[in-house]
Design a protein around this ligand. Structure first.
Ligand code: C2E
Ligand code: MG
Ligand code: MG
Length: 629
C-alpha cells in the first residue's frame, strides 16, 4: 500500500507545477516514473486516445512499460482502451486467467506481465486516455492504491488539458507567431524549440532505450525563386512547403523551420534506420508535384539528410549537425535526393573545417604567397604579361591547391580578404618590376572568384588598390569564370561594366568548360577569352578539341576580343593554336609559375627591350597546320 505522506507529497509536487510553463512532457515523464516508486507496481505508462485518431503513448516509466504501451496502441484494444471507453478503472490482477483481453492478454503474459490496471484520464464526461500500471506478479491493488492511482490519472488529465489550453491560448493570440519558440513565417517550431525537444528526446532515449532520427530538409535553388518571383512568393512557397511537410509528421514528432529554406524533422522511437529511409522517401515524394502559389505553379526539389541514433546513443545537436552534413552530401550529388550521413565524407568535411581554420591562421600570419606565370605572345615569343596565382604551403600538408583554398575561402567568408591581398600584392610586385626594368612593362592578370566579384564594393576595392600601388588600370586584367555569368546575369553585367569604366580589362578564364556557351562572349563586356587547357590538351589526340578551339578563336575575333590559350605544354600545341591565330599562349612549355624574384631575375636577364624566356623556341609558322598532317 502506498505511503499516504509520500502520495500527498507527490500530488503536491504536480499541483505546484500545473500553473507554470513547466514542460508537459517532462511532467508526464516524471509522473509515470514516480508512480512506480509510490505504488506497488513495476511499470507505468500514459496513452492518449482521441476519437478518430490512433492511440498514442506519451510516457513510459521504463522499457517494460514501453513494450506494453506500444503493444496496446498497436492493437487498439486492451485494458487501456477499455478504461477509456467505459470511463471506469480497469483492474486485471491476474491476466493469465482473465478472458476479457483476448488480443492483449496472452502476448502480454508471454512477455512476463501478470497484472494490469488502467485508469481513465477523465475530463468531465470526456476521456483523454489512460494511465496504465503494470505488475510482473499477480495481485490486486487495494482500495487506497486504486484511489490514489485514479487521483494521479486525474492529475495527469488536468495537466494535459492545461497544456492544451495553453497551446490553444497561444495559437489564438497574436503573439503566437511572434513567440520566441515559433518561426514567425510558418508557425512551426523554431531552432530554439527544436533544441528543447531534442533535450527531452535525449532523456527519453537514454531512459527507455528507444531510438531517434533527425532529417534535415533543404530546398534546392530556393534563391532562384526569390530572385525570379520576389520574396513574397518565396515566403508563400516556404509556408506551402511547411504545410506539406507537416502532413508527414507523426504524433509526437517535431517539424521545425530552423533557417531560410531549411526544415528539420525530429522523430523518436522510429524503431529502425529503415523507417527513417521510408520517411525520407516520403519527403522526396512530397516534392514530386509543384506548389500552387497564387497563379504560379512552382516546382522545387529538396535535399534531405538523415542521421540516426540507435538505442542508447547520443541524441543532441550533434545528430542535427550530422543530418546537416548528410544534407550537404545529398546536395553535392545534385540535390533532389536523400542521404544518410556518410561518415567517410563527414570526416572529409571535418578535415575541411580544420583546413579552414588553418587557412584563417595563414591569412592572419601572412603565410600566403603569390606565384607568377608568364604569358607569351605567339607571334614572337615575347613575354607580355604574367598571371598571379595564389600559393599556400601548409606546414603539414605541403602545398594546398589554389582551387581548394579558393573554395574554402568562399565558404568561410575569407575570400574578400584573400582576394584583395593577392590583388594588392600582385600590383605591388608588378610596379616593382617596372621600377627595376623600366623598359619592360608587364600586363598583370589576377583571378577573381565569383563571390569576390559579386561582393558590393568590389569595384571600389580595385580602385583603392590601383591608387595605393600606382598601378595603371590599363595594365590590369581581371580573370573571371563563366560561372559568375550564370549566377546573376544582370548584376554581373553591371559589375563588369563598372570595372571596365576604371580602364581595367576583363578576361573570361577557363573558357569552354562547365556552363560554356559561345553566346556569353557576345553578351558580356569582356576583352579577352582564355581557352581552357582541357581543349589544348586534346590537340594531337582528337578532332573536336582543336575544332572547338578554332571556333572560339574565330568567334572571339569577330567580337573584337583577344584570345589566350592556356596549358600549352608542347610544341605541337603551340604551333596549332598559333596557326589558328591565337595571339597569346600560357603553359609549362614556356614557364611554370614562379616567384616574384624569379620574374625580376628573368626580366633583368632578357636582352634589349623585350622580356624573352631563355630556351623558349620561337613558333615555327603562323600558317594553319592541317590536323591530318
Ligand atoms: P587558372 O586561372 O586557369 O590558372 C592556370 C592554372 O593552370 C594554374 O594552376 C597553372 O599553374 C596551371 N597551368 C599553367 N600552365 C599549365 C600547363 O601547361 N599545364 C598544366 N597542366 N597546368 C598549367 P594553379 O596555380 O594550380 O591554379 C588553379 C586555379 O586556381 C586557377 O586556374 C584559378 O582558377 C585558381 N586561382 C589561382 N590563384 C587564384 C587567386 O588568387 N584567386 C582566385 N580567385 N583563384 C585563383
Ligand atoms: Mg586564371
Ligand atoms: Mg584558366
Amino acid at each position: 500500500m502506498a505511503d499516504q505522506r509520500t502520495l500527498a507529497a507527490l500530488l503536491g509536487e504536480f499541483a505546484r507545477n500545473m500553473g507554470t510553463d513547466f514542460p508537459i512532457q517532462k511532467t508526464l515523464d516524471r509522473l509515470v516514473e514516480r508512480v512506480v516508486q509510490v505504488l506497488p507496481v513495476t511499470a507505468a505508462g500514459l496513452t492518449l486516445i482521441t476519437p478518430g485518431n490512433a492511440p498514442t503513448y506519451i510516457a513510459a516509466s521504463n522499457e517494460v512499460a514501453l513494450v506494453h504501451e506500444r503493444h496496446q496502441t498497436d492493437l487498439g484494444v486492451g485494458p487501456c482502451s477499455t478504461a477509456v471507453e467505459t470511463g471506469e478503472a480497469v483492474s486485471a490482477p491476474n491476466l493469465r486467467s482473465d478472458d476479457r483481453f483476448a488480443a492483449f492478454g496472452p502476448a502480454a503474459v508471454a512477455s512476463g506481465l501478470q497484472a494490469v490496471f488502467a485508469f481513465p484520464l477523465r475530463h468531465g464526461s470526456d476521456r483523454l486516455g489512460a494511465l496504465d500500471l503494470y505488475r510482473d506478479e499477480p495481485g490486486s491493488l487495494d482500495c487506497a492504491d486504486m484511489e490514489a492511482a485514479q487521483t494521479l490519472a486525474d492529475v495527469a488529465a488536468a495537466y494535459i488539458l492545461n497544456a492544451r489550453s495553453r497551446d490553444v491560448a497561444l495559437e489564438t493570440s497574436d503573439q503566437f507567431r511572434a513567440s520566441a519558440l515559433r518561426d514567425s513565417l510558418t508557425g512551426l517550431p523554431n531552432r530554439m524549440l527544436l533544441r528543447q525537444r531534442l533535450e527531452y528526446a535525449a532523456e527519453r532515449v537514454q531512459r527507455s532505450g528507444t531510438d531517434a532520427a533527425v532529417l534535415v530538409v533543404d530546398l534546392d535553388e530556393f534563391k532562384r525563386v526569390n530572385d525570379r518571383h520576389g520574396h513574397q512568393v518565396g515566403d508563400l512557397l516556404l509556408i506551402a512547403v511547411g504545410d506539406r511537410l507537416a502532413g508527414l509528421v507523426r504524433p509526437g514528432d517535431t517539424l521545425a523551420r530552423v533557417a531560410g529554406d531549411e526544415f528539420v524533422f525530429l522523430c523518436e522511437d522510429v524503431r529502425s534506420a529503415d523507417n527513417v529511409e521510408t520517411l525520407a522517401a516520403r519527403i522526396d515524394d512530397a516534392f514530386t508535384h509543384p506548389f500552387a502559389i497564387g497563379d504560379l505553379e512552382l516546382a522545387i526539389t529538396a535535399s534531405v539528410g538523415m542521421a540516426y541514433a540507435g538505442p542508447g546513443e547520443d541524441v543532441s545537436d550533434r545528430l542535427v549537425a550530422e543530418a546537416d552534413v548528410a544534407m550537404t552530401q545529398a546536395k553535392g550529388k545534385g540535390g533532389g535526393r536523400h542521404q544518410i550521413i556518410d561518415l567517410r565524407e563527414a570526416e572529409k568535411a571535418n578535415e575541411r573545417s580544420l583546413l579552414e581554420s588553418d587557412l584563417r591562421e595563414a591569412v592572419a600570419h601572412g603565410d600566403l604567397d603569390v606565384a607568377y606565370q608568364p604569358l607569351v605572345r605567339s607571334e614572337d615569343g615575347v613575354v607580355t604579361g604574367v598571371e598571379a596565382l595564389l600559393r599556400w604551403s601548409h606546414r603539414v600538408r605541403g602545398s594546398v591547391p589554389p582551387l581548394t583554398m579558393i573554395h574554402l575561402a568562399e565558404q568561410s567568408g575569407l575570400i574578400n580578404e584573400i582576394g584583395s591581398w593577392v590583388l594588392e600584392r600582385a600590383c605591388f610586385d608588378r610596379q616593382q618590376w617596372l621600377r627595376q626594368c623600366p623598359g619592360k612593362p608587364l600586363d598583370l592578370s589576377v583571378n577573381v572568384s565569383t563571390r569576390q566579384l559579386m561582393t558590393p564594393g568590389f569595384c571600389d576595392t580595385v580602385t583603392r588598390i590601383l591608387d595605393r600601388t600606382l598601378m595603371p588600370a590599363s595594365s590590369l586584367i581581371l580573370e573571371i569564370t563563366e560561372a559568375v555569368i550564370l549566377d546573376d546575369a544582370d548584376r554581373t553585367t553591371t559589375v563588369l561594366s563598372d570595372l571596365r569604366h576604371l580602364g581595367v580589362r576583363l578576361a573570361l578564364d577557363d573558357f569552354g568548360t562547365g556552363y560554356s556557351s559561345l553566346s556569353y562572349i557576345s553578351k558580356f563586356p569582356v576583352d579577352l577569352v582564355k581557352i581552357d587547357q582541357s581543349f589544348v590538351a586534346r590537340i594531337g589526340h582528337d578532332e573536336t578539341g582543336p575544332a572547338v578551339i578554332e571556333l572560339i578563336i574565330k568567334l572571339a575575333h569577330l567580337m573584337g576580343l583577344g584570345v589566350i590559350a592556356e596549358g600549352v605544354e608542347n610544341a605541337q600545341q603551340r604551333d596549332e593554336v598559333t596557326a589558328m591565330h591565337c595571339e597569346s599562349l600560357q603553359g609549362f612549355l614556356f614557364a611554370r609559375p614562379m616567384s616574384a624574384l624569379a620574374i625580376t631575375d628573368q626580366l633583368e636577364a632578357s636582352p634589349g627591350g623585350a622580356y624573352c624566356l631563355a630556351g623558349v623556341p620561337r613558333p615555327r609558322t603562323r600558317q594553319r597546320q592541317t590536323r591530318s598532317a
